[in-house]
Design a binder for this molecule. Sequence first.
Ligand SMILES: Nc1ncnc2c1ncn2[C@@H]1O[C@H](COP(=O)(O)OP(=O)(O)OP(=O)(O)O)[C@@H](O)[C@H]1O
Ligand SMILES: [Mg+2]
Length: 338
Amino acid sequence: MSLIEQAAKRLEQLRKAGVHVHGSAADGDSASAEASADNRGPSDAVSPPASPSATTVTARAAAAPTTASAAASAAVPAAATAPAAAVSRRVEIDLQALAARGLMSPDAPRSQLADQFRVIKRPLIANAMGKGVAPVKRGNLIMVTSALSGEGKSFTAINLAISIAMELDNTVMLVDADVPKPSVLKMLGVPPARGLLDVLTDQSVELSQVLLRTNVEKLSILPSGTQHARATELLASAAMVQMLDEMASRYPDRIIIFDSPPLLMTTESRVLAGHMGQVVLVVKAEGTARSDVKHALMTIDACPVKLMLLNQARTVSQDGYGYGYGYGYGYGYGSEGA
Ligand SMILES: Nc1ncnc2c1ncn2[C@@H]1O[C@H](COP(=O)(O)OP(=O)(O)OP(=O)(O)O)[C@@H](O)[C@H]1O
Ligand SMILES: [Mg+2]
């Protein structure tokens, strides 16, 4: 049943329950009646009635049930009502800013960077979708990390997310879990917003409320959120573990990419890695000491799949040999092969 049909069915249920429904998908203000409350993913959430907003933020039009939810809450069982909390909004990623920062842009799918990521993402997607050599538990949870800071984690996480979102079959959630040093929104040209830390610290905040849909179809973003004195500790909290469990099991068809703090700087990052199906260890070519890489790999030994990605390796430019930015990717599964 399509989401629109589900919304229509919900309306019918409300009517049968004796609730007077003021608006409906057919009433005109519901340009995209997209979700029902029962089986939506975080980015499938019902949005509030359309209201004009800032130029960079576009509110999605309401699904029908929200217009009736206030009345319905008194008259029908909780399971049949749309929770008021389930709201996600849409933001515009500045595609020109992406290109200006050297990031991959969906506008230019045939760049050298895009070609490199086409190769890099393949094994990750195969593992995430259970099409790898062996099944990978929680394979859809992919953490991008590094030994130390400044090795290209955020750059890699964003490019990977955009590259996977451009696939026909895959939807992606990019989580800025580098809570001590968040940068995803800034790199994407999106204004600060609530996110992960708000969900972890406030029980009344739902994931779907802070998740951002974007103009890159199939890509949603979970920002790092409102800064918190114990932000890093929260990454290893029971609430975080519970959220990861829920993400992995509730949205198995969605690939979730985590930008995260460096492994050798915070123990919490290692705890986070322990709950991931796949970890991509970004290594800055000719920048990171071999011993640091080895040490970082040891900290994620228990993770089922580890890929090491050599970033900013010397590449052969189109004009001849040169020192280009780019990804050489010498990676293998497990610490021995890396
Ligand atoms: N392959 C690349 N090509 C071009 N620029 C890159 C590449 N990798 C990283 N950079 C640039 O290097 C800088 C550091 O990268 P990035 O911010 O992704 O690192 P990080 O590991 O996330 O750092 P931090 O630990 O501070 O969060 C950024 O300006 C980024 O745009
Ligand atoms: Mg970063």
